[in-house]
Design a protein around this ligand. Structure first.
Ligand code: GLY
Length: 347
């Protein structure tokens, strides 16, 4: 394999030739998972990242592995979600073993609440559709809500643990990382243009999340901002996930208590919005009144990669270019299955 190019801005414009190499553009959880699976097949992989690895949606996400909360209709995304959830425990076990990094992964299910007759009917109807997709749930009694269902298979993971472990596992298998290296253009023959020159790959995989449309204008990916809040480390409130619609509460194994999320179409505006944060805080406190009066420790936002129909693209695009993008609300959940499909495609 050729040497890696010099850091951006150094040296003269040059063309680097790689032999039988896959270049992955984008080092979020999807790109890192694909890089790991390809490297396990002894395929040389270089990952290019415009900023720092795993510092965007994969850093911001709560890590809900929850088809029960996110999947409402029968389509390819639903089947993918169910398969990926089934693969998650083995993915975590293997990744921990390869990286030596502990991953906070909790398989305690989710409780979803309904506060009105109308919400209860909608929740029952959703559960019927989900049962046909292989997403089980059972009605349970719960104080303070009109109706509640328990989703035994929903789970959660700390995505920051997963990406830290993926980075180590990738490096141990020889994956090269070029951070602060934006890709300026892609050609169908596998040419990748960066500021320092061009790279030539046998296969290029685009995993740039919400930023994909800048590289692939037909991708139809749009950023959908989400705010999350943290109450810091508090006493254990419950196991698993507690949710009402798209408001969800969960607790890391460290005791850190999180609430998500908002959904905002504001482009790539990174400003923290006080109105969005107080709306989320109010929703969290309605769901779990014992949070009332607690100060927030942190709040942040990130950009989900929204896509038409909410069905991610995972496969070849044209020539030597493939993509895995548009995972919208489920990038963490879908990482294992996306990586399996891509590794089969490109190996
Ligand atoms: N999957 C949760 C969210 O996107 O907010």
């Amino acid at each position: 394999m050729a040497d890696v190019p010099p850091a951006q801005g150094q040296g003269t414009k040059q063309r680097w030739r790689y032999d039988e190499i896959v270049i992955i553009v984008g080092a979020g959880i999807i790109g890192l998972s694909c890089a790991w699976r390809l490297a396990q097949k002894s395929i040389p992989v270089t990952v290019l990242e415009a900023g720092r690895a795993a510092r965007e949606a994969s850093w911001a996400g709560a890590g809900m592995l929850a088809p029960g909360g996110e999947i409402e209709s029968d389509n390819e995304a639903a089947r993918l979600a169910v398969r990926s959830l089934a693969a998650f425990a083995a993915f975590v076990t293997e990744l921990q073993a390869e990286s030596g990094i502990a991953i906070d992964f909790q398989q305690d299910g989710a409780v979803e609440l309904a506060f009105t007759e109308q919400e209860a009917a909608a929740l029952e109807q959703k559960a019927k559709v989900q049962a046909g997709l292989g997403i089980p749930s059972v009605p349970i009694a719960r104080d303070g809500a009109l109706y509640a269902r328990f989703y035994p298979e929903d789970a959660l993971v700390n995505p920051r643990d997963v990406t830290a472990a993926l980075r180590v596992a990738c490096e141990r298998r020889g994956v090269q990382f070029l951070e602060d290296t934006p890709v300026l253009g892609l050609l169908d023959d596998g040419t990748v243009q960066i500021a320092a020159g061009t790279l030539q790959a046998d296969e290029v995989l685009v995993t740039t999340g919400a930023w994909t449309t800048a590289l692939l204008p037909q991708a139809g990916v749009l950023p959908v901002r989400g705010h999350l809040i943290s109450y810091g480390t508090i006493a254990r409130q419950f196991a698993g996930i507690l949710r009402h619609g798209h408001t969800y509460l969960l607790q890391r194994d460290t005791g850190e208590f999180l609430a998500g999320a908002t959904r905002e179409e504001v482009g790539f505006n990174r400003s923290l919005d006080p109105a969005a944060i107080s709306d989320l805080q109010a929703r969290a406190e309605t769901l779990l009144p014992s949070l009332t009066g607690l100060d927030l420790k942190e709040y942040w936002n990130g950009f989900r990669p929204g896509i038409a129909g909410d069905i991610p693209w995972i496969g070849r695009i044209r020539g030597r270019i493939s993509g895995a993008f548009g995972h919208y609300r489920n990038g963490i959940l879908l990482a294992p299955e996306t990586a399996r499909i891509i590794a089969e495609l490109l190996a």
